[in-house]
Design a protein around this ligand. Structure first.
Ligand code: NAD
Ligand code: ZN
Ligand code: ZN
Length: 361
């Protein structure tokens, strides 16, 4: 618990906003929603840190065939403190609790999908930093149903990237039909999602083939326990290199594709082991995955889409990344909110190994 309960809530604060589809981020002041104006189910969170996900860049550029809010405040890896909760909200959260804002901001909690814990498929879901303002602001309205409790003793900056990147790859690995001792390939392994995927995969007993480019990402992947490194820009025959990496020439049992560009997908179904699973996670604009039906059938290949995670996935992913257990650690650099435009430039150019975390105060 912090002493935040005694702090006044300001009328104005700073955030990063984008006019629809322009890609131009402006750091501006905005009116902070005051506690009396919160609707049941809403909470006000003082955001101390927010990770920057490639999804935020896709949203800013208007990459996807999905309607977003105009004058959008992005961000969905927000870690902060509850400073107000609307009256008549059904929650055990209290003012002063450390919480995380995730991509899935809210869901109806009563449709077939929500009933089964598949809240990401809820037709009434709200998305932080896409259909509602997200965590690139100092005070964010969020929703008690989906705020994640950050484990006691966990640093908020360490927690931030777990709230999307960590949860997403942790759930994707669960969808990969693998078990300890098997091989998983991670295209995009040096990026925000990928470098956490390498670690969660190791934790699950999987052997990792990391695919990405450049010395910094190579070093990071090796340090994090990837057994094999393949540079997609240097390797001429990616399919053979990945298949041979497993020693028997059959290729990995699964591939978790976290690349934000279409090229990461192109050959995934060609190098996957017979009976293996390609888990599509990265969301490049206008990309398609192709598979020749004949071999898709004869080799019993599986292609699975995996979209963030549910509340329990978030809980587990955070617990495993809590430094008290020390199993997974995000590699990040911390930058001020004003640096967001240059962070997007670095991200688009593939210059970032691991994550960048914004410090909002
Ligand atoms: P990032 O930019 O940090 O990492 C992407 C990495 O992919 C980079 O290191 C880049 O060098 C690498 N890459 C590019 N082309 C490649 C190729 N041909 N082979 C191998 N690696 C390649 O991005 P991020 O924040 O990790 O996000 C990755 C993608 O995942 C984005 O498209 C994002 O929108 C998506 N995403 C999906 C979900 C989901 O729920 N499915 C959740 C979060 C993010
Ligand atoms: Zn629902
Ligand atoms: Zn994300």
């Amino acid at each position: 618990m912090s002493n935040v309960a005694n702090e006044p809530i300001p009328k104005r604060a700073r955030g990063a906003f984008v006019k629809k589809g322009t890609g131009n981020v402006k750091i501006e002041e905005y009116d902070v929603v005051q506690p009396k104006d919160l609707k049941p189910g809403e909470a006000l969170v003082k955001v101390l840190y927010s990770g920057v996900c490639h999804t935020d860049l896709h949203a800013a550029k208007g990459d996807w065939p999905l309607e977003s809010k105009d004058n959008l405040c992005g961000g969905h890896e927000g870690a902060g403190i509850v400073v107000a909760i609307a009256e008549h909200s059904n929650t055990d959260l209290k003012i002063g609790d450390n919480v995380g804002i995730k991509w899935l901001a809210d869901a109806c909690m009563h449709c077939e999908f929500c009933r089964q814990g598949l809240e990401s498929l809820c037709p009434e879901s709200k998305l932080s930093g896409f259909t509602v303002d997200g965590s690139f602001q100092q005070y964010a309205v969020s929703y008690v149903n989906h705020l994640s409790r950050i484990p006691d003793g966990m640093r908020l900056d360490d927690a931030a990237p777990v709230l999307c990147a960590g949860v997403t790859v942790y759930k994707a690995l669960k969808q990969s039909n693998t078990r300890a001792g098997q091989w998983v390939c991670v295209p995009g392994a040096g990026g925000g999602l990928g470098h956490l995927c390498v670690q969660y995969a190791n934790l699950m007993g999987l052997r990792v083939i990391a695919v990405d480019t450049g010395d910094a990402k190579k070093q990071l992947c090796k340090d994090l326990g990837a057994e094999v490194w393949i540079d997609f820009k240097e390797e001429k025959d990616i399919v053979s290199a990945i298949k041979n990496a497993t020693g028997d020439g059959f290729g990995p049992h699964a591939s978790i594709v976290t690349s934000a560009s279409p090229s990461g997908y192109e050959q995934a179904l060609d190098y996957i082991r017979p009976g293996g699973t390609v888990v599509a996670v990265g969301l490049p604009a206008g990309a398609f995955v192709k598979s020749e039906v004949f071999f898709h059938v004869l080799k019993e290949r599986k292609l699975v889409g995996s979209y963030v995670g549910n509340r329990q996935d978030a809980h587990e992913a955070l617990e495993l990344a809590n430094l008290k257990t020390g199993k997974v650690k995000c590699h990040y650099v911390t930058k001020p909110l004003d640096d967001l435009p240059s962070i997007y430039e670095d991200m688009a150019a593939g210059r970032m190994a691991g994550r960048t975390v914004l410090k909002l105060f």
